[in-house]
Write a new protein. Structure first.
Length: 523
């Protein structure tokens, strides 16, 4: 029997694997395992139940939960029903979540038991929500997933879904302070792997005997992309509900994980665990890290601790995750440890100046990426889409250069984004909230170096005459409006903020004292 064609959509992925290896474990969640055959049938029932509930084509279906086995049945079920997966960051406040639900027009919400109270508040804030389904264990005020699917047939609904159809919408903040819904087609999760296969490039040697795990949750492009890449290879994906260093080590040893994806801060947390030296990690073949480069001492320590090959990936939500990779062999060349890597087959990189003119090798400008995985655009944001996606090129907002060998080096940010433990944080959003504090006349938010998390949020404040504010007071003011990881970790008081003639805050000038002496101006 010939092998079914490779997947180009999420429904085709699970259908293909269910035909090829129905009894192989697809998802491992603690003591529970789900085979590819069972995941296919469960996702059929979810799709049929959504169809019976009145789901319209391309309607957004929201998920508010930590990763679990049921969540992936919902992801594939939404895709089979022709809907769009809207993963919500459970670290966000009700106010932040409500904006995303309303902006996306989501009318169905799947919610885990830890977030039932939040869902109750969201019902009041989002009158368009018509259906809530409870995931996980425990009694809730809404039907469980099993009850929701009761009576739904196990047959595949057979809804036509193509590679260019919208599959996932993920929110990433913007310089205006309002989050933007990045629209990713089905192809975004398969295009890079397909290009690698066409080029005969095995990259990380993915195969069906792999056992994989990721420290990023599925609402994050890194987590969703890693999970789909793993399942597309026919591997077993080990669910991590939330990152903790000890938990990662325990699961590596217990499940014999072969491929692991973490941000550098997570790797360093794992290495600092008391049991790191005695944990058996010999099953690991690769650790893939992204979000920032690793300092050379930490990288060398990681290679000693885990005894496996390391690969760095670089990309954005807007590029469907990775577009560039620093491969294991590149890690043996000391000067390349500052590089993000080289583009994959089918991916093009250019560096442009402020007027959009392409620069020569070695010249620093804005990095632009043309990838077959690039986003369709931002939901309901044509102006923002036009500014970021131009003639097929995603303008990343990162400044850097490309050397004579084609390696991409990231040196600074054209935009002011902060990356804290893999989470993107945009100063404008924080400034908009905290400027409402009665003691603040002006505020500028920047990212400063943090040895553990890459960067941390730092506020530079001009107080009102006669007023005073402490860090704790400012954090308290921001809670409820901003997620905890967006709150400042330190304050600096100044008499005035440096500004350009047009009135914009000179963020580079604010950052300079904190980054002085460092080769890179971003982590």
């Amino acid at each position: 029997m010939s092998e079914p064609p490779r997947a180009h959509t999420l429904p085709d992925l699970i259908r293909r694997q269910a035909r090829r290896q129905p009894d192989r474990v697809a998802i491992c969640d603690g003591d529970r395992t789900t085979t590819y055959g069972a995941l296919d049938l469960r996702s059929n029932r979810v799709a049929q139940a959504l169809y019976q509930d009145g789901l319209a084509p391309q309607e957004r279906v929201a998920i508010l939960d930590k990763d679990r086995d049921e969540l992936f049945a919902v992801v594939f079920g939404v895709a089979k029903a022709g809907g769009v997966v809207l993963g919500l960051n459970w670290r966000l406040t009700v106010q932040e979540l409500a904006f995303q639900l309303q902006d996306a027009g989501a009318r169905v919400l799947f919610v885990g038991p830890e977030f039932f109270d939040r869902a109750t508040e969201l019902l009041d804030a989002c009158p368009q929500l018509r259906t809530i389904v409870a995931l996980g264990e425990g009694d809730g005020p809404w039907p469980s997933l099993q009850a929701f699917c009761e009576g739904a047939p196990a047959a595949d609904p057979g809804v036509a879904v193509g590679p260019e159809d919208l599959a996932v919408q993920m929110y990433t903040s913007g310089t205006t302070g309002r989050p933007k819904g990045v629209m990713l087609a089905h192809r975004s999760f398969f295009a890079i792997a397909s290009a690698l296969r066409s080029a005969g490039d095995e990259w990380l040697h993915w195969h069906e005997h792999d056992v994989t795990m990721c420290g990023m949750p599925s609402f994050h492009i890194g987590g969703m992309w890693w999970a789909m890449t793993s399942l597309d290879a026919g591997a077993t994906y080990v669910v991590l509900d939330a990152f903790a260093g000890w938990k990662v080590l325990r699961k590596i040893e217990r499940h014999l994980v072969t491929k692991l994806c973490l941000v550098p801060a997570m790797i360093q947390v794992c290495m600092s665990e008391p049991d790191a030296a005695i944990t058996d990690t010999s099953s690991l073949e690769y650790i893939v890290y992204g979000g920032s480069p690793m300092p050379r001492p930490a990288l060398e320590q990681a290679m000693r601790t885990f005894g496996c090959r390391m690969a760095q990936i670089y990309g954005l939500t807007e590029t469907g995750n990775t577009a560039v990779c620093l491969r294991p062999e590149d890690h043996q060349r000391a000067h390349l440890l500052h590089a993000a890597g080289r583009p994959y087959p089918g991916v093009a990189i250019k560096v442009v100046d402020a007027d959009g003119r392409e620069l020569r090798t070695g010249e620093v400008g804005e990095i632009c990426i043309r990838s077959p995985a690039n986003m369709l655009g931002y939901h309901n944001r044509p102006d923002a889409t036009a500014a970021t996606l131009r003639d097929g090129w995603v303008h990343t907002g990162d400044a850097g250069h490309v050397d004579a060998e084609g390696y991409v080096f990231v040196s600074d940010r054209v935009k002011d984004m902060i990356v804290c433990a893999g989470e993107k944080v945009y100063p404008a959003e924080i400034e908009s909230v905290l400027s409402g504090h009665p003691a603040i006349a002006e505020i500028g938010v920047i990212g400063v170096p943090d040895e553990q998390w890459g960067e941390r949020v730092h506020a530079v404040v001009v107080p009102r005459p006669g007023a005073d504010v402490t860090l704790a007071e400012l954090q308290s003011f921001g809670r409820g409006q901003l997620a905890e990881f967006k709150l400042p970790r330190a304050l600096t008081f100044v008499e005035a903020l440096p500004r350009t003639p047009s009135g914009k805050i000179k963020k580079a000038e604010l950052r300079e004292p904190f980054w002085r002496g460092r080769e890179r101006k971003v982590q």
